[in-house]
Ligand binder design. Structure first.
Ligand code: GDP
Ligand code: MN
Length: 398
C-alpha cells in the first residue's frame, strides 16, 4: 500500500525527522489558506499523486513549456496561480504511464534554499531478509540512473534486525554521504530515526529523494512510503491513509474478494491460480501472437464465489475479447473448480469465447463436468493447446 507525500511526511515528522512545514489542499482556496499559514517568502506547490518524477512531469492539458508537478512560488498570488493550473489536470510522469494521473490534491510547503541534494532510502532486502539502507551523494535524480551511471556513489548498509540501527551504521551513513562535523551527526541521528520508523510502521519502503542540506540543516524534502500489506491489521492509523482514488478501481474490487488482479494492455482475460502460472500463461499467450488483458489470480482456495467474482472483474473490462482459465488443481480439486466455473459462467452469461485448461487432482472428473454443462466452454489439454485455442478464437471473432 502506498500513501501520499504529505502523509509520509506527517508520519516522519512524528518520528522526529526534520520536515518542512506544509499543509494539504483540495481546492485553490485551501491552497491559498495553506500558503497564508506558512511564513514564506518561498513556497512549494506539489501535486499529490502516487507516482514519482513529478518535478520533471508534464500536464497533459497544458502547453509543453508549462512547469511540472513541483513548483516554487515567491508570493501567495503565485501559489494561487499554480494551484489553479495544477488542480484537476493530468500529470504525466515517468512513473504514471502515458495516461498520467489526475491531480486532486496539492501539498503547499515551506520553500527551502537547497545547498545540496542527497538520496536516502530503506527497503527490505530479500536476499538477506534484513533492512537495507541505501544512501547516495547524488540526490534529486532517480537512483536507478545513479546505479547505472555511477554505482560507486551508492552506499548500501545492511542492518541486522537483532541489533537494530547501531552507531556504526550511523557513521557508515555519514561517511557514504560525505558528511562530517555537525551535518555528519545529523545524518547519524536521522538514519536511526528513519530505521526505527520503518520497523515500527512495518514499511516495505521509505525513499527520501531529495534529502536536502539547507543552511547547515538536513531536511526531508520529498518522501515516498509504502507498507507491508500483511501487517496492515496492526496499523489502523496507516490503513486510514489509503487513497483508493489513486488505485485502479478493478484492483480495489479484486482486493475485496482476496483476488490479485493486474490490468494489462491486451485482449485476453486470464484466470489463473498462483503467480508462477500467471507468468507462464502470459508468456505462452504472447508466444502465440496475442497479449493478455489482465491476470486475475484466484489463489489456492478458489471457491465458487471467488471464481464468480473473478469472472465479473475480468468481464467488466471492455478490452477483454476472450477468457483463458488456466488452473492447476492441487489442494483444490479440479472437479470443485469445474463446478465453480460452470456455475459462474451460467450466472454471468459469458458472451466471449472461454477456454479452460485444468490439470491436477481429479482432472478427468473436472473435464467431465465442463463437457456435460451444455455451455460453450472450449476444453484444452495443456498450456500450449489452451493458448493456441484462445488466440485463434479471439482472432477469428475480430
Ligand atoms: P519528484 O519530482 O516527484 O521526485 O518531487 P520532489 O519533491 O523530489 O521535487 C522535485 C525537485 O524539486 C527536487 O529534487 C528539488 O530539486 C525541487 N524542490 C522540491 N522542494 C523544494 C524546495 O523546497 N526548494 C527548492 N529550491 N527546490 C525544491
Ligand atoms: Mn523526489
Amino acid at each position: 500500500m502506498n500513501i501520499h507525500e504529505y502523509q509520509a511526511k506527517e508520519l516522519l515528522a512524528k518520528a522526529g525527522l526534520p520536515v518542512p512545514a506544509g499543509h494539504a489542499a483540495l481546492t485553490v482556496e485551501e491552497a491559498v489558506e495553506a500558503a497564508k499559514r506558512l511564513p514564506g517568502p518561498l513556497w512549494v506547490v506539489k501535486a499529490q499523486i502516487h507516482a514519482g518524477g513529478r518535478g520533471k512531469g508534464k500536464f497533459a492539458e497544458l502547453p509543453a513549456e508549462a512547469k511540472g508537478g513541483v513548483r516554487l512560488a515567491k508570493s501567495i498570488d503565485e501559489v494561487e496561480a499554480n494551484a489553479k493550473e495544477m488542480l484537476g489536470n493530468t500529470l504525466v510522469t515517468i512513473q504514471t504511464g502515458d495516461a498520467g494521473k489526475q491531480v486532486n490534491r496539492l501539498y503547499i510547503t515551506d520553500g527551502v534554499d537547497i545547498g545540496k541534494e542527497y538520496y536516502l532510502s530503506l527497503v527490505v532486502d530479500r536476499a538477506t531478509g534484513w533492512v537495507a539502507m541505501i544512501a547516495s551523494t547524488e540526490g534529486g535524480m532517480s537512483i536507478e540512473d545513479v546505479a547505472h551511471e555511477t554505482p560507486e556513489k551508492i552506499t548500501t548498509i545492511a542492518i541486522d534486525p537483532a541489533t537494530g540501527f547501531m552507531p556504526h551504521h550511523g557513521r557508515a551513513l555519514a561517511f557514504g554521504l560525505k558528511l562530517t562535523g555537525d551535518l555528519g551527526k545529523q545524518a547519524q541521528k536521522l538514519g536511526k530515526q528513519l530505521y526505527d520508523a520503518f520497523v515500527a510502521l512495518d514499511c516495505a519502503m521509505i525513499e527520501i529523494n531529495p534529502l536536502a542540506e539547507s543552511d547547515g540543516k538536513l531536511m526531508v524534502l520529498d518522501a515516498k512510503m509504502s507498507f507491508d500489506s500483511n501487517a496492515e491489521f496492526r496499523h489502523p492509523e496507516v490503513a486510514s491513509l489509503r487513497d483508493e482514488s489513486e488505485e485502479d478501481p478493478m484492483e480495489v474490487e479484486a482486493g475485496k474478494h482476496d483476488l490479485a488482479y493486474i490490468k494489462l494492455d491486451g485482449d485476453i482475460g486470464c484466470m489463473v491460480n498462483g503467480a508462477g502460472l500467471a507468468m507462464a500463461t502470459m508468456d505462452i499467450i504472447k508466444l502465440n501472437g496475442a497479449f493478455p488483458a489482465n491476470f486475475c489470480d484466484v489463489g489456492g482456495g478458489a471457491s465458487k464465489e471467488k471464481v464468480a467474482a473473478a469472472f465479473k472483474i475480468i468481464l467488466s473490462d471492455p478490452a477483454v475479447k476472450g477468457i483463458l482459465v488456466n488452473i492447476f488443481g492441487g489442494i483444490m480439486r479440479c472437479d470443485t473448480i469445474a463446478e465453480g466455473i460452470v456455475a459462474a459462467a451460467r450466472e454471468m452469461a459469458i458472451e466471449v469465447p472461454l477456454v479452460v485448461r485444468l490439470e491436477g487432482t481429479n482432472v478427468a472428473e473436472g473435464k467431465a463436468i465442463l463437457a456435460g454443462s451444455g455451455l460453450a466452454i472450449i476444453p484444452a489439454d495443456d498450456l500450449g493447446d489452451a493458448a493456441r485455442k484462445i488466440v485463434a478464437e479471439v482472432k477469428q471473432a475480430a
